[in-house]
Design a binder for this molecule. Structure first.
Ligand code: NAD
Ligand code: GLY
Length: 371
């Protein structure tokens, strides 16, 4: 892959370590890279209908010259695709194509395609290789790295899944040129999250350069992706399967956010990244209410998300529900431990920690008080 040394990040997991390559134009040379990496003259690429129109041609048009026969599998776009029916459709098609354990199924798309394809790769023939080529900012900075794969079930989001690491991740920021601005902003919430977790300098960088990134500045986008995946790779290497509490830090804003998503029906009314932005602001506001962090830090975080065009609270997220209803959604969280819910709270910007002493009735009272 033609990414400079500065734009290569390793996820250090012993024998399962893998590289993340980041560079403009990587998609146009990906068929060569994939053929070299996989040692195969045919590749199966899973994508969705939107990405098939806008980005898949960059692979199909270069496959022949790379000596590769491409087998695209094109699924409907949207969160609903992460379901049992599409998993069955996908695994049937993979088996019909004679997929082998040594194959590396390519996931070309956003988090939906990455999560579904990764899970299919984890279970078909008890585990095949797969490669992530993320095409949304959210997938580039978060979901393509770390090996969390899943589908949704009637009981909730991402409840059926497996840890299954990709063999490598190829990130071409130029694909963001076709991404709708609202999806770009939603992915940006996950960028800001890394600064707020444990890197106050990166949050300050976001304040200085976030507007450029959202306006399409490639250097700013590439730097944000590089810093985000470097942070994610470090945290995943420390706690791959979220046992020690380290990886749980990546869920900053997600418990509040999940309640907002549940309340809005996991629909386009509130995208995942938008819910995360509002959820992070609520986590900081709740931390300030408990005197864990300063009100000034909570206000600074809310101001940045608002400047970025992201919701920074309940009203901005379009949710007017009472606190008890919202905390009831939180009870279905995967992180529930012995009937209590660990919460990501903050002592300040870049100082997130896992709190195990949060009383859900206190959270409900807080949600009744705030906008
Ligand atoms: P998505 O995959 O639905 O993509 C959003 C939309 O953008 C879709 O309509 C898609 O077709 C379109 N799209 C994708 N790339 C495009 C491009 N380059 N140009 C134009 N359109 C493009 O959504 P997402 O926000 O990428 O991912 C959300 C999913 O990720 C959720 O299911 C969430 O649970 C999951 N997720 C997983 C992890 C993880 O660690 N595995 C982390 C965060 C989120
Ligand atoms: N996006 C949360 C994680 O990968 O752990």
């Amino acid at each position: 892959m033609n990414a400079g040394a500065n734009n290569r990040v390793t996820v250090a997991l012993g024998a399962r370590s893998y590289a993340i390559a980041i560079a403009d134009g990587l998609l146009d040379t990906a068929m060569d890279s994939l053929a070299d990496y996989a040692g195969r003259d045919r590749m199966i690429v899973v994508t969705d209908e939107n990405v098939a129109k806008l980005q898949l041609p960059r692979l199909t048009e270069t496959a022949g010259a790379a000596g590769v026969t491409l087998h695209p599998i094109i699924l409907p776009p949207g969160e609903a695709t992460k379901n049992w029916i599409q998993l069955e459709t996908l695994t049937d098609q993979l088996l019909a194509l004679g997929v082998e354990r040594g194959d590396h199924i390519v996931a070309l798309g956003g988090g939906v395609i990455g999560d579904l394809t990764g899970f299919a790769a984890a279970i078909v023939k008890r585990g095949c290789g797969f490669v992530q080529i993320p095409t949304t900012l959210l997938a580039q900075v978060d979901s393509s790295v770390g090996g969390k794969t899943a589908i949704n079930s009637r009981a909730g989001k991402n409840l059926i899944g497996a840890f299954h690491q990709p063999g490598f991740v190829l990130i071409d920021p130029s694909v963001l040129d076709t991404l709708p601005p609202r999806e770009l902003r939603a992915g940006y919430a996950e960028v800001v999250k890394y600064g707020l977790i444990d890197d106050a300098d990166f949050f300050a960088w976001c304040e200085a350069h976030g507007a450029d990134l959202l306006a399409g500045d490639r250097a700013a986008q590439t730097e944000a992706i590089r810093r985000s995946v470097t942070a994610k790779a470090r945290i995943v290497a420390e706690d791959e399967t979220e046992r020690s509490g380290r990886r749980a830090l990546l869920n900053l804003g997600h418990t509040f956010g999940h309640a907002l998503e549940a309340e809005t029906g996991f629909s386009d009314a509130l995208l995942h990244g938008e819910a995360v932005a509002a959820g992070i602001c609520l986590a900081f506001a709740y931390s300030a209410r408990r005197d864990l962090c300063s009100a000034a830090d909570a206000e600074r975080v809310a101001a940045h998300f608002s400047d970025a065009g992201l919701p920074n609270g309940l009203a901005a997220a379009g949710v007017q529900t009472d606190g008890a209803t919202l905390t009831a959604h939180m009870m279905h969280d995967k992180k529930m431990e012995g009937g209590t819910l660990p919460f990501l709270l903050a002592r300040g910007i870049g100082e997130t920690f896992l709190a195990r002493d949060v009383d859900l009735s206190d959270v409900a009272a807080f949600l009744d008080e705030v906008d």
